[in-house]
Design a protein around this ligand. Sequence first.
Ligand code: UDX
Ligand code: ADP
Length: 455
Amino acid sequence: MKNILCIGAGYVGGPTMAMIAKKCPDYTITVVDINEDRIQKWQSDSLPIYEPGLKPIVDDTLNKNLFFSTDVAGNITKADIIFVSVNTPTKTFGKGAGKAADLQYWEKTARQILLHSKTNKIVVEKSTLPVRTAEAMERILNSHDNGIHFEVLSNPEFLAEGTAIRDLTDPDRVLIGGHSTESGQKAVNELVKIYAHWVQPEKILTTNLWSSELSKLVANAFLSQRISSINTISALCEATEADVEEVSKAIGTDSRIGSKFLNASVGFGGSCFQKDILNMVYLCEYYGLNEVATYWEQVVSINNYQKQRFVTRMIKSMFNTVVDKKIAVLGFAFKADTGDTRESPAIDICKQLLEERASLIISDPKAIRNAKIDLELYLDQIEFEPDPYAAAADAHALAVLTEWEEYKSLDYDRIFDVMIKPAFIFDGRNILDHQRLFDIGFNVYAIGKPELSHL
Ligand code: UDX
Ligand code: ADP
């Protein structure tokens, strides 16, 4: 059991396999993808995703025990263990549209595995999937009387983008779900053996298949619920004299609550949170648990409300109109340290500002390429400018939408000088020194804080 294959060379498959390759020199790992451009980039000097710390690991292992290829069929035949990390977006059509997971890539992969396998294999679900997908997968794989046995495991990935290497190096836990049958447990042990190369045994949790699949959805639901909860409080703080950062600190020091994921923001983004909650909502509806579905769906509704509230506050403070006003958007990625913009709050916020006929200039250190794709229908109303100083020139307002470290230390005196007055700053991530900006002359609006206005 030494040949590992990963199908899908994206944000999950790429970094995870690079880490396994680094920590397990006794295994050979091949990552395949149908996207030739992606595979070619993994083998080049500019990787297809930006992730701090990833490049040195790929450099160390590439073409030693880590290989990238577009030959899906040939590599399936050779593999002992196959990780599947293809994309499972929210369905945009048919039954369950807008909520259920679109399993077309997943099912195509299962059929390819079946077609090209000549020996027994362990198939590992790495992508986040609806609960009981492993069962469907097993049915497809074991539907042929070809004498080959497929054992399906669930091993959800908990890494967050921007901190993937840290999360993979020192995970809070590794979760492996499998059947309690003899062959199920044997397969679980094969996977435990891989992670045991660098993860302490007490951090490797084994469960049944369904618990493992569900735990991934629940982890993301709980994390995003914390953000939506604090974001509702930010609205209350703006209406009162309270400051959400002080409230977060005050409640976060309660060890029962804990301090993480209590940063109020313009809303959460990323490829997982919304998708996974909606997926769970769909599951609850399927089982007739309508109250439970409604409860969790509110987390997404509040997230949409938070984005809309941010735009409403911008318009209201800028004398109820942004028509033809130039607004410099600082940050478009869904969080810092990634170029990924999937479900980024910046997308909805920019679209709402464009509907209000503002003219936008968008800056981001890593995400401009993706921003252009996300906003392709509006390109005549937008400019893109990697340099934040150039973006601020002649702008009426700055809107900080991603918490990039470099935005904290910009020369805001210089920026103030080149902006139209009165100059506004909307800090959607609460990363700036608001009092200092106010002293420079800006009108400052932060999330969940009283406004600092000269007007
Ligand atoms: C998330 C989960 O954290 C990870 O375990 C899972 O495997 C995939 O989904 P990711 O989406 O990469 O990871 O990033 P995360 O750090 O969770 O941030 C998600 C969004 O929430 C970002 O838009 C971030 O800016 C926002 N966020 C996070 C807040 O608004 N406030 C916070 O306090 C924390
Ligand atoms: P994630 O964030 O979950 O890693 P990505 O979209 O970044 O998701 O990556 C998923 C990858 O899976 C994409 O590069 C896509 O081309 C690839 N993929 C989808 N279907 C298949 C398939 N049948 N065979 C090989 N690769 C696939």
